[in-house]
Write a protein that binds this ligand. Structure first.
Ligand code: KG4
Ligand code: ZN
Length: 378
């Protein structure tokens, strides 16, 4: 079975083709195409929903066309069995572009739609084989999924496919949002998560003692907005001015991971910005505070629910400190569990994960039966 996935919940426009075998329930990536309007949002310091929607409209057809071409398909009559599309949660203007496009194609090609929850997509990125082989070690249930993105920080108990229970979530900012907002205070461009994690490698995580929000709460909830306030107070108290950071280090966040690394190495080799080490120390301290809480709560859930697998998903799952710490802690457990983390390009938003979630939760509907739902939860 071949499924076209469409993802337009926020600022990425994605289309992908996956192939799934109904009998063995395995899914292989056939093509994956992505356009992003991140550059526009870096310029405005964050996402302006109307701008994101306009960019979605610009990219949606070229991206779908590219994914079908990459899959070697006839773009007018592709050999697709269903269209899986994100119908929420997300920005309404952005979601509508994907959903309405999917409806039109479903009508034209006379194939059903599978409405997909974006959050399921992040989890199901772990079930996608990207190495071209029909071979994957089965993920064992029950599992705990940690979904950490720009909009969500959720701990989910997963009994089997489609049987998900949220056991905790953020009460205010999501982990990715905390990285982005604190990055902004440090003069870093949006999205700040990737560059904070790189700068943190050059800094001292013990340089500043920051709060570990809700560490002591006896539940699996998170709260990150207080951390941002602590950093703001620290900046004010010390009278630090990060206004010039932008010009020095960070012609940054966009570009590839390699070019980001090169830029940073150059900046540290000949620092023109006296604040560079200070920023690196702040980044390391902030990252440690976020990662400590995520790891502590996730491991507590793993132990309480005695799961067989821990699954990560969402943009923050690309954070090396988070994954290294989780690996370490899991190694110390008295029972054995598998840790699954998607490759970095499948941690952040993409359509391949949406198509995969569609395959495993095959709720086929007619094009008239789907509507975008920006507030959708699990
Ligand atoms: O999953 P995603 O692409 O979009 C949402 O569904 O929100 O996640 C984007 C978020 C941003 O907040 C970004 O700063 C964060 O993921 N992010 C990271 C890293 N890479 C992306 N945060 C920390 N470390 C990273 N390496
Ligand atoms: Zn996402």
């Amino acid at each position: 079975m071949k499924i076209l996935g469409i993802e337009t919940s926020c600022d990425e426009t994605g289309a992908a083709v996956i192939e799934g075998t109904v009998k063995s329930r395995l899914v292989k990536l056939v093509s994956n195409s992505l356009a992003t309007s991140l550059a526009n949002h870096a310029a405005t310091g964050g996402i302006i929903p109307e701008n994101a929607a306009r960019e979605q409209i610009k990219f949606i057809i070229p991206v779908i066309k590219e994914s079908l071409q990459q899959a070697g398909m006839n773009i007018k009559h592709p050999a697709i069995d269903a269209i899986a599309v994100t119908y929420g949660p997300g920005l309404i203007g952005s979601l509508l572009v994907g959903v309405e496009t999917a409806k039109t194609l479903s009508y034209l090609w006379k194939i059903p739609i599978i409405p997909v929850n974006h959050l399921y997509g992040h989890i199901y990125a772990n079930w996608l084989m990207v190495n071209g082989k029909w071979k994957m070690e089965k993920i064992r249930f029950p599992a705990i999924a940690l979904v950490v993105s720009g909009g969500h920080t959720d701990l989910v108990y997963m009994k089997s496919h489609g049987d998900l229970t949220v056991i905790g979530g953020t009460r205010d900012d999501a982990a990715g949002e905390a990285f982005d907002k604190i990055g902004r205070l440090l003069g870093l461009r949006y999205p700040a998560g990737p560059v904070i994690s790189k700068l943190a490698e050059k800094g001292d995580p013990k340089a500043f003692l920051l709060p570990r929000p809700m560490w002591d709460s006896k539940d699996y909830d998170f709260s990150f907005s207080g951390l941002k306030t602590s950093v703001l107070n620290l900046i004010k108290k010390n009278g630090w001015d990060f206004g010039k950071t932008r010009t020095v280090i960070l012609s940054q966040a966009l570009g590839s991971e390699e070019s980001l690394q090169r830029n940073l190495e150059k900046s540290f080799d000949s620092p023109q910005d006296e604040n560079l080490q200070l920023i690196a120390d702040l980044c390391a301290s902030v990252q440690k505070a976020i990662v400590d809480v995520l790891v502590f709560k996730t491991l507590s859930a793993v132990k309480e629910y005695k799961v067989k697998s821990l699954i990560l998903g969402g943009g923050v799952a690309a954070n090396k400190s988070l994954t290294d710490n989780l690996k370490f802690e899991i190694g110390n457990l008295k029972f054995e569990i598998d840790l699954r983390i998607p490759i970095p390009s499948l941690c952040t938003d993409n359509a391949a994960m949406i198509a995969t979630a569609g395959f495993y939760n095959d709720n086929f509907v007619n094009w008239k039966e789907i509507a975008a739902d920006p507030e959708l939860y699990y």
